[in-house]
Design a binder for this molecule. Structure first.
Ligand code: ADP
Ligand code: MG
Length: 448
C-alpha cells in the first residue's frame, strides 16, 4: 500500500466551485464546494453521471479552466494557467489530423521547449513503449480507434507528467481494444515504467474503476458534490470474477445509485432552491427512455418484483450511466423504489407491467400531471388560442434554469414523454408543440 499520510499531496482542491454564466446572465452551478487531495502513488477514479461536471473538474485541476471560487494547489502552489506537470488523455483522442503520429506525440514536448533531437528520441521511445512502432509516419486517419488512443497516451506520457489525467479514455474503443489498453497502462504504472506520480481517471464504468484504481470518488449531479471517497483495497492484477472484486463493484454500485436518495422528500416537489433566493428553480427530470423503462420494469417483475441494480444493468447491457436515468424515471413515476442498490416495484409498478399499451400511457399521463415541467408546458399550450407553441419558446424558459445543453436535453426528454403519453404532439419539421386534441376538455375548435 502506498503511504498516503506522509507524502505531501500533489493536488489540493479547496472549496472549488464552478458556475457558468448563461447568455441571459443567469449562473448555473456545476461544481459545488469540491475539496479533495490527490497524493503521490494514487490512482484515483472519478465516477459520476454524465453532465455532472467530471470533465470540468479535470480541466480545473489541469489548469485548462479556472474555478469561479476556491483554490487549486499543485505541490502547494496555486495553479495559474495550464499545469506543465499534468497531461490529459481525451476520450475523443484529440489528435491533429494533419500531423503524423510522431509529430502528434512530439507536440507536447515542443511546447515544453525540449530540443528537436531530444523530442524525436523521447517520442520514438514512447511510441515503441505504447506498441506503435512502425507507425511513426502514419496519419491519424490511417489508424484504428485503438491505435489513435495509443497515440493519445503516448502524447500525454511523452511530457513525463507527474499527474496523468484521463477523461473517459477507453469509452470510445471496442471491448477488446479497451481491455488491452487498460492492462498495458496498468502495467506501465504498476511497474513504474513511466515517471507519473498519480493518475486521475474520469470514467462511467464502475467495473473499470474497480479494476484499475485504488481510490474511487463519486460525484453527484446538479450540482456536483463529492458523495463518496473510498479506497479500493485489492491487490493487482485484479480478477473481475473474484468474489472480492464483485463485492466492491456491488458496494460502489450502491453508492452511485444512491446519491439521489432523499427518502423523506417528495420527488415531485415543485422547485429546488439551491442557488437563487429570488428565482425558483425547475427540478430537472432524468433522461429516461420510456421503452427502456418498460423493459426494465418487466425484467424486475420477472424476478419477483425486486432485484439488484447491478445485476439488472448487466442483464440489459447497460452501463450505470444509462441505467440510472431509467431507474430515476421509474422512481419519479412512482413505479419503483430504489433502496440499497435494489430496485423494487411499487403497486403502481406492478399494475403498469400488467397493463396494455393504452393503460400504460394513461398511468404515465397521470404521473406527468404532477411534474412541474409538464404543468408548465400544459399551461402555456392551453393559454394559446391555437394550443400550439414553438419549441424555442420553451428552450428560452428552460435556459433560465439549466445550461443550454441541459435545457435542450430536458426539453427533448419532456417532449418524448409527453408524446408517449399522448399529452401533446410535436412536429419535427415546424418545431411546433401542440396539445393533444383529447386533452382539450373545453372542445375548442382551433386545432392546429
Ligand atoms: P461531464 O464530464 O460529467 O459529463 P461536463 O463537465 O462536461 O460534465 O459538464 C457539466 C455541465 O456543465 C454540463 O451541464 C454542461 O452542459 C455544462 N458546461 C460545460 N462546459 C460549459 C461551458 N463552457 N459553458 C456552459 N456550460 C458548460
Ligand atoms: Mg465529460
Amino acid at each position: 500500500m502506498h503511504n498516503r499520510q506522509k507524502a505531501d499531496p500533489l493536488v489540493r482542491m479547496l472549496g472549488v466551485t464552478k458556475m457558468y454564466v448563461q447568455p441571459d446572465h443567469y449562473d448555473i452551478l456545476i461544481l459545488d464546494d469540491i475539496t479533495l487531495e490527490i497524493h503521490p502513488g494514487e490512482f484515483v477514479a472519478l465516477l459520476g453521471p454524465s453532465g455532472s461536471g467530471k470533465s470540468t473538474l479535470l480541466r480545473i485541476i489541469t489548469g485548462l479552466s479556472e474555478p469561479s471560487f476556491g483554490t487549486v494547489l499543485y505541490r502547494g502552489r496555486p495553479v495559474r494557467g495550464p499545469n506543465p506537470n499534468a497531461a490529459m488523455v481525451f476520450q475523443s483522442f484529440a489528435l491533429y489530423p494533419w500531423l503524423t503520429v510522431l509529430q502528434n506525440v512530439e507536440l507536447g514536448l515542443a511546447a515544453k521547449g525540449v530540443s528537436p533531437a531530444e523530442r524525436h528520441e523521447r517520442s520514438v521511445t514512447l511510441i515503441d513503449l505504447i506498441g506503435l512502432n512502425g507507425y511513426e509516419d502514419a496519419f491519424p486517419k490511417e489508424l484504428s480507434g485503438g491505435m489513435r488512443q495509443r497515440v493519445g497516451f503516448a502524447r500525454a506520457l511523452a511530457v513525463e507528467p507527474e499527474l496523468l489525467c484521463m477523461d473517459e479514455p477507453f469509452s470510445a474503443l471496442d471491448f477488446l481494444t479497451a481491455e488491452n489498453l487498460r492492462s498495458e497502462l496498468l502495467d506501465l504504472w504498476l511497474e513504474s515504467r513511466i515517471p507519473t506520480r498519480a493518475i486521475l481517471m474520469v470514467t462511467h464504468g464502475i467495473e473499470e474503476a474497480v479494476y484499475m484504481a485504488d481510490r474511487i470518488i463519486v460525484l453527484s449531479k446538479n450540482p456536483a458534490r463529492i458523495v463518496a471517497d473510498m479506497p479500493v483495497i485489492l491487490p493487482y492484477p485484479r480478477n473481475r470474477k473474484s468474489h472480492e472484486f464483485m463485492q466492491i463493484v456491488d458496494t460502489v454500485y450502491k453508492v452511485v445509485t444512491g446519491w439521489d436518495d432523499h427518502p423523506s422528500e417528495d420527488p415531485n416537489i415543485d422547485v429546488i432552491d439551491t442557488q437563487s433566493e429570488e428565482r425558483p428553480r425547475l427540478k430537472p427530470i432524468p433522461y429516461g427512455h420510456l421503452s427502456m423503462l418498460s423493459g426494465l420494469l418487466e425484467l424486475v417483475a420477472d424476478r419477483g418484483g425486486r432485484d439488484d441494480l447491478y445485476h439488472l444493468g448487466a442483464e440489459l447491457f447497460l452501463e450505470v450511466d444509462d441505467l440510472l436515468p431509467v431507474t430515476e424515471t421509474a422512481e419519479l413515476f412512482r413505479l419503483a423504489d430504489v433502496t440499497e442498490g435494489d430496485l423494487s416495484l411499487t403497486d403502481l409498478g406492478r399494475e403498469f407491467v400488467q397493463a396494455d399499451v393504452g393503460m400504460r400511457k394513461e398511468i404515465i399521463r397521470e404521473q406527468l400531471r404532477d411534474i412541474p415541467m409538464f404543468r408548465l408546458i400544459d399551461r402555456v399550450l392551453r393559454s394559446k388560442a391555437n394550443h400550439a407553441m414553438v419549441k424555442e419558446f420553451f428552450n428560452d424558459i428552460l435556459e433560465e434554469h439549466f445550461s443550454v445543453e441541459e435545457a435542450e436535453r430536458q426539453l427533448m426528454t419532456s417532449i418524448n414523454w409527453g408524446r408517449f403519453a399522448d399529452l401533446f404532439h410535436y412536429d419535427t419539421d415546424t418545431e411546433l408543440l401542440y396539445l393533444a386534441e383529447d386533452q382539450l376538455e373545453e372542445s375548442v375548435q382551433d386545432s392546429p
